[in-house]
Ligand binder design. Structure first.
Ligand SMILES: Cc1cc2nc3c(=O)[nH]c(=O)nc-3n(C[C@H](O)[C@H](O)[C@H](O)COP(=O)(O)OP(=O)(O)OC[C@H]3O[C@@H](n4cnc5c(N)ncnc54)[C@H](O)[C@@H]3O)c2cc1C
Length: 500
């Protein structure tokens, strides 16, 4: 951590080890994604007996990886696609450090240019890391953002972008959609495409369906609230080898049991305890994705609180996304970046060149004299077959050297399992604590009043879920760390307050 203004949220105090208690608590964690693995870590490190139940055969949830087969019969590593591990993901990094103290399996991506349909290009390379100079420098050198655009910004309406606090920002902006908000502040249309659409689509939603509060929180987390710089890291090999197998070994060393390939169905009361499909426990962490959580709650009449049930069942899921990975018989040009984000080049949202950073892909590329390229399309309206063709067509136009390449193999992930951060949803979102003593929630769709998002929200809710259960048994919790919990600049906070 390099940001001196990052905030440490102190760990709840208590006894260090559950094994000294008269009864050693047992917890079932449902879901082996980031949220569930974080909760399992927080509990097991305090001596709680933990069983993780995961539907898939592998850990990692949406960041899992597995071995797959190409049409020619060869085996390759496949995943749910490129993920950016930002430096200000303090709580996620705390998890990963358990198995890799120096985070040696992460490597920086030096630059991730943004390009739009007109060929305009923004870049994050060489920007100062301290706000507001990072944002100013980005805006001033951007081809889509002129000084006169800066002067035309409606400063009062835009102030919430620089004065984020949670939940205050949601009170002010959650009923507005991101597209309307950007219009209201006079954000230049071209820059909207390039900077903000990329952000909002990375949350799997078109700007017209996404909450402006979520957009502002994101702007704070990634840009104006943090001085970690805009650098992010990526694992240097497939997610299973770089992240989850080492973490599984660490947790197994703490006695955690894993039931992978097992779908949890029903949570039931068992006197003063709980059970998950008959597996008795003193506590339950529900860290399933939105539809998994909804199925469990629907099938569990003992989780009987009408308002809470309707909050869980009311969680919305974003439109589907497509991840299309191609194994090509030719390399892409040497100057192609590891990751390129696109705006206004529908349906393409980004291109990554995996052999630039992932060991398995680099080995394949070296053996075949080729390259491994991945195309993402978020918030999809079209059918998968049409989308694949459009994505490959975009690739050929942006990276013309790929047009003559033969596709040796291709694999596709077409899924719909990311939460939608829709307009007005925040107040109804269920929190980590539930009305049921001993049952807590975690996941990137669960409300926590801290400036966190995506993988970092999954990790933060996971630590918090563990802390809630640990406190119940008088056990010590874990510290959380976040970017500053309010905007860094007092004058802009005052201006935002004036804006109502
Ligand atoms: C293509 C793509 C790109 C992304 N890029 C980024 C990025 O660059 N940066 C970023 O921060 N985030 C990114 N994300 C988001 C990130 O993946 C998620 O925020 C994060 O992984 C969510 O973790 P989670 O633990 O909350 O949920 P999940 O990873 O979904 O874990 C939930 C787990 O619960 C399991 N489960 C569900 N129901 C049951 C049941 N009944 N019984 C047992 N198990 C069950 C599921 O199998 C799953 O493993 C991206 C997501 C996608 C899909």
């Amino acid at each position: 951590m390099t940001d001196r203004r990052a905030v440490r949220h102190r760990a709840p105090v208590g006894a260090p080890d559950a094994r000294t208690l008269p009864h050693r608590p047992e917890v079932v964690v449902v879901g082996g994604g980031i949220a569930g693995l974080t909760a399992a870590t927080g509990l097991a490190e305090r001596g709680v007996a933990v069983t993780v139940v995961e539907r898939q055969d592998e850990l990692g949830g949406r960041v899992s990886a597995w071995t797959d087969r190409l049409a020619d019969g060869s085996t390759v590593s496949m995943s749910r696609g490129f993920h950016a591990f930002f430096r200000q993901y303090y709580n996620l990094r705390a998890l990963l450090r358990r198995a890799d103290p120096g985070l040696s399996r992460l490597r920086p991506v030096a630059d991730y240019p943004l390009v739009d349909g007109e060929g305009r290009r923004d870049t994050f390379r060489g920007l100062p890391s301290t706000p507001p100079w990072n944002a100013l420098a980005f805006a001033l050198r951007s081809p889509t953002f002129r000084v006169r655009d800066l002067l035309r910004l409606n400063a009062r309406a835009a102030a919430p972008l620089a004065a984020v606090s949670v939940p205050g920002t949601y009170d002010r902006l959650d009923d507005v959609d991101a597209a309307t908000f950007l219009e209201r502040i006079n954000f230049p249309p071209a820059a909207r495409h390039l900077a903000f659409e990329v952000f909002s689509r990375s949350f799997f939603a078109p700007p017209s369906e996404m909450s402006a509060a979520e957009l502002a929180t994101m702007f704070h987390l990634y840009f104006l609230g943090s001085s970690e710089g805009l650098v992010f890291d990526v694992p240097d090999s497939a997610y299973d080898t770089a992240l989850w197998e080492p973490l599984r070994a660490y947790l197994a060393g703490l006695g955690v049991r894993f039931r992978t390939g097992t779908e949890a169905g029903v949570v039931a009361r068992d006197g003063s305890r709980w059970s998950v499909d008959g597996l008795a426990a003193d506590g339950v962490v529900l860290a399933a994705d939105v539809s998994g959580l909804q199925s469990i709650v629907s099938a569990s009449p003992d989780l009987a609180d009408g308002d809470w049930r309707s909050r869980v069942l009311g969680l919305r899921i974003a439109p589907p996304f497509l991840v299309h990975r191609l194994w090509l018989d030719r390399p892409v040009a040497p100057d192609r970046p590891a990751f390129l984000a696109t705006g206004g080049l529908d349906p393409l949202d980004n291109i990554s060149v995996l052999d630039r950073y992932e060991r398995e892909a680099a080995t394949w590329a070296a053996e075949h004299g080729g390259s491994v390229v991945e195309l993402h399309a978020y918030a999809c309206a079209d059918e998968v077959v049409a989308l694949r063709e459009q994505l490959v067509d975009r690739l050929h136009r942006l990276y013309p050297e790929t047009a003559g390449a033969r596709i040796v193999g291709e694999l596709v992930q077409w899924r719909r399992d990311c939460p939608l951060f829709g307009v007005g949803d925040f107040a109804r979102r269920p929190r980590v604590r539930t009305p049921f003593d001993g049952v807590v929630l975690a996941g990137d769709g669960i409300r926590i009043d801290l400036p966190v998002a995506l993988m970092e929200r999954a990790a933060a809710t996971g630590w918090h879920a563990a802390n809630c259960l640990l406190a119940r048994w008088g056990l010590a919790g874990h510290e959380l760390t976040t970017v500053p919990v309010r905007g860094r600049f007092a004058p802009l906070r005052a201006l935002a307050a004036l804006g109502g």
